[in-house]
Design a protein around this ligand. Structure first.
Ligand SMILES: *[C@@H]1O[C@H](CO)[C@@H](O)[C@H](O)[C@H]1NC(C)=O
Ligand SMILES: *[C@@H]1O[C@H](CO)[C@@H](O)[C@H](O)[C@H]1NC(C)=O
Ligand SMILES: *[C@@H]1O[C@H](CO)[C@@H](O)[C@H](O)[C@H]1NC(C)=O
Ligand SMILES: *[C@@H]1O[C@H](CO)[C@@H](O)[C@H](O)[C@H]1NC(C)=O
Length: 408
């Protein structure tokens, strides 16, 4: 299963004006961008470092999955109460549920250690950690919770400032919380006003109003409360399968007024990202550490979620298969993953304030790690991840990167 093909899912400098343009320039740009964005500000250079340590410079996000039939015992099990029912693949008897954690992520040129929960709690005392984003960030939050819970039960459940859920590990005064927000920006249903208006005048009757410059209230206080933030922007919420461009279009507002002429979702995404990144950098705590997590791929094959698409694979994809499923050129069902990443990298360009947690490549391979039919819905869940499972590795990446930043 281990392979070495490089996967071109890295950023381009150009907005998606044209697919052809993107494809033709992409390969030239990807390498230089990788160097500048993969781990901004995380590379410590020290006069005392005589031998460069691969663990300080290695790109954890570029690698392959290795099967280890006899791994150490699972990090936690299906009894962890925070696991959302549909993600509990062991309890739901998904056939490969116990296989999922036997795959180990192996970055090229170094190892990504499984983080040690006890060391983590001790190293990050008096720290508030906020996950801000959609249900995929909740999936990651739950994974972190379950791993920490294995070493201490001394905790308080509560909801800090706008959070959907949160816990403090009391002995360490370490708080983790999940703030639910799909687009980061505030949005809600919009329908035409009987008295008319600018959007009505250009023919809109209903849709969703998205205020590109207003953070959703669930997380607006999170940057000033948490010492560490892990943001993501809603996944496939930016794809046409979520907000139908005709029946329920996204209507973007800025400064309380509709943006006219109306802009397409791709441009709205850019405005939202730019505004939200500014907002977080401006309102974060002194010394606060900011992460932006890249997009989590869906693995619907044979159709989208509502067209009978499935994810029945029992093993990770090899790079060639992942390429077929996700390449922008193929414009497949799950193409939004790499498209949204392009916008994300563009918006973070030239900013030192955010560290990128690039989980996309490692996740694209894991077509085997979704709840699929065991998710208990009337369609396969090929979007969220089984727990225990892939997001445990996302947290390894998070903890390792945080360790680099804090010099641990
Ligand atoms: C999983 O299998 C066990 C043992 O056969 C059974 O008791 C349980 O009801 C099953 N769970 C689900 C959700 O089907
Ligand atoms: C717990 O940690 C928070 C966040 O860093 C800090 O504001 C607070 O003062 C700490 N509480 C105690 C009792 O040390
Ligand atoms: C990609 O596919 C969708 C439908 O599957 C289609 O609406 C869209 O026009 C395609 N985009 C490009 C750039 O070919
Ligand atoms: C980032 O900086 C480079 C070099 O200064 C510049 O060419 C580029 O336009 C900047 N990008 C953005 C999005 O500001």
């Amino acid at each position: 299963m281990a392979t070495t093909t490089t996967q071109p899912n890295k950023p381009s400098l150009f907005p998606l004006l044209s697919l052809l343009c993107f494809i033709s320039i992409f390969f030239l740009l990807s390498l230089s961008k990788r160097a500048s964005l993969s781990s901004p500000n995380t590379h410590r250079t020290s006069a005392t470092t005589v031998f460069p340590d691969a663990s300080l410079t290695c790109d954890f996000s570029d690698g392959s999955w290795i099967y280890e039939p006899n791994p150490r015992s699972a990090r936690y099990d299906g009894s962890c109460k925070e696991i959302f029912k549909g993600w509990n693949c062991v309890r739901n008897n998904k056939t490969n549920a116990l296989e999922i954690s036997k795959w180990r992520w192996k970055p090229k040129g170094c190892d990504l250690p499984s983080f040690d929960p006890l060391k983590f709690l001790e190293a990050h005392r008096d720290t508030n950690i906020g996950f801000v984003g959609d249900s995929l960030n909740r999936n990651m939050f739950v994974s972190l919770f379950c791993m920490l819970k294995t070493v201490t039960s001394d905790l308080k459940k509560w909801r800090p400032v706008g959070a959907d859920r949160g816990f403090t590990f009391l002995r360490y005064n370490l708080t983790i919380a999940y703030h639910r927000t799909n687009l980061l920006a505030r949005y809600g249903r919009w329908s035409a006003n009987a008295n008319g208006g600018e959007l009505e005048a250009v023919g809109f009757k209903e849709g969703y109003r998205v205020d590109v410059d207003v953070p959703e209230s669930s997380w607006a206080k999170a940057p000033s409360f948490h010492d560490i933030l892990v943001l993501n922007t809603g996944h496939w919420w930016w794809a046409p399968s979520k907000f139908d461009p005709l029946k329920s279009p996204m209507l973007f507002f800025e400064g309380g007024r509709p943006i006219l002429p109306p802009i397409p979702p791709a441009d709205g995404l850019d405005r939202v990202l730019s505004n939200m990144v500014n907002f977080v950098e401006k309102t974060k705590r002194p010394g606060g550490i900011l992460f932006f997590r890249t997009q989590s791929p869906r693995h619907f094959e044979g159709g989208d979620w509502n067209q009978g698409g499935t994810c029945q694979r029992l093993q990770p994809l090899v790079p060639r298969e992942a390429e077929e499923l996700f390449s922008v050129r193929n414009n497949g069902t799950n193409v939004e993953v790499r498209l949204v990443n392009q916008h994300l990298y563009n918006s973070l360009e030239n900013r030192s304030g955010f560290h990128v947690l690039d989980i996309t490549q490692m996740s694209e391979y894991r077509a085997d790690a979704h709840p699929a039919t065991s998710g208990g819905k009337n369609h396969d869940d090929c979007m969220h991840w089984c727990l225990p499972g892939l997001t445990d590795t996302w947290n390894d990446l998070f903890v390792a990167t945080l360790g680099r930043i804090r010099g641990l």
